[in-house]
Design a protein around this ligand. Structure first.
Ligand code: AHG
Ligand code: MN
Ligand code: MN
Length: 341
């Protein structure tokens, strides 16, 4: 197998596990100290627990609504609440990050407690379960995470500025796709690597080394039911692609992680434009757009909002939404020429 350690090509006769990959990369890369690896280990453990539950949907009482509404006014599914709890516990019990913010919680969680005794400089932002409305119908769902270094002083209470950093400040970002197989994909700013879970032994193996998005894409993914209230520029773009070029196919699952994972491997454009119901866009800048934008850019693609590069947006609140377009550079550039004309 060909893989990359700190940007250098390596060859190995055996399959590399996620654990081995972390150790190999942690020595030299300035972001990947032992402390960072522990955060990934905790996310990996939580992902395996959520995967176990997702795979039993239908057998255990996990499908359907939980009966509550989150801060963003969305009805929570049982699995949203379960996944949130699992990821928060995995990160807080080990005291390996100083704070967490989740799509399913009103405010960020300062893990340091009254003692401020957590040494870690890392914070995590997470969408514990993405595409949760798909769980009841056996369609793939995911988890998205984003890791930053706190900007406030170690040993002091966390502030909102620690969480409201630009996406370009991310130390790492990743997603887990609970699909036909379970894949853990992440980047530390040195390329993108994907690891597939062997469920029999509970180990993630490097299956997608150095993921690069194909430069040409034939797929576009958008909820076209909202077409009537899309901005004019987006409407013209979609109309022109369909009318002028027969090469395109639509693929839309309605689980962002699955839609973007497919486009990352096959080439394509994912769009969630603003619409009448969601004038800012639907997707959450901090939990969804930023991590996916970092990954897509690291794979050689691009990610933009209606006005600017996603990773350049300065967030003003935790649950902020953004319009989101990402994919291979050629398609994003073509869309951008419509957005800015
Ligand atoms: P979540 O389940 O975390 O709330 O995210 C759902 C998101 C995203 O996964 C998907 O791309 C989008 O909602 C689908 O929205 P529409 O149903 O409006 O197309
Ligand atoms: Mn989501
Ligand atoms: Mn979610």
């Amino acid at each position: 197998m060909i893989w990359f350690v700190n940007g250098k090509q390596k060859q190995s006769k055996h399959m590399i596990t996620l654990g081995e990959f972390l150790i190999a990369n942690q020595q030299k890369h300035h972001h990947s100290t032992g402390e960072f690896s522990k955060v990934i280990h905790a996310l990996r453990l939580a992902a395996k627990m959520v995967n176990h539950k997702v795979n039993k949907a239908g057998l255990v009482d996990i499908i359907g609504k939980y009966g509550s509404v989150n801060i963003q006014g969305e009805s929570q599914q049982k699995l949203d609440v379960f996944a949130h709890k699992i990821f928060i516990e995995a990160l807080t019990n080990r005291k390996i990050v100083c704070g967490v913010a989740s799509e399913e919680a009103d405010d960020f969680i300062d893990i340091q407690g009254k003692e401020n005794d957590v040494e870690s400089k890392y914070i995590v932002l997470i969408d514990p379960l993405d595409g949760s409305s798909n769980i009841d119908v056996n369609v793939s769902v995911g988890t998205v995470f984003s890791i930053y270094k706190r900007v406030s002083k170690l040993g002091t209470p966390l502030t909102s500025a620690d969480f409201l950093q630009k996406g370009s400040a991310q130390v790492a970002a990743g997603y887990v796709l609970y699909g036909t197989s379970t894949v853990f994909v992440y980047t530390t700013g040195n390329g993108v690597n994907g690891f597939t879970l062997n469920p029999a032994i509970g180990t993630f193996y490097l299956s997608h080394p150095n993921i690069t998005i194909p430069s040409e894409g034939h797929l576009y993914s958008v909820n076209e039911a909202n077409f009537a209230s899309f901005p004019k520029s987006v409407k013209s773009f979609l109309k022109d692609q369909k009318e002028k070029d027969p090469k395109y196919s639509t693929r839309y699952i309605g689980s962002m992680v699955s839609d973007i994972h497919r486009n990352l491997l096959k080439g394509g454009l994912f769009l969630y434009p603003p619409n009448a119901k969601m004038p800012e866009g639907k997707l959450r800048l901090l939990y969804e757009c930023n991590p996916m934008a970092f990954i897509v850019e690291q794979a050689g693609g691009k990610a933009v909002s209606m006005h600017e590069r996603i990773l350049d947006i300065h967030p003003t609140h935790l649950h902020q939404r953004a319009s989101f377009f990402c994919g291979n550079s050629e398609m994003v550039d073509m869309l951008s020429s419509y957005l800015h004309s």
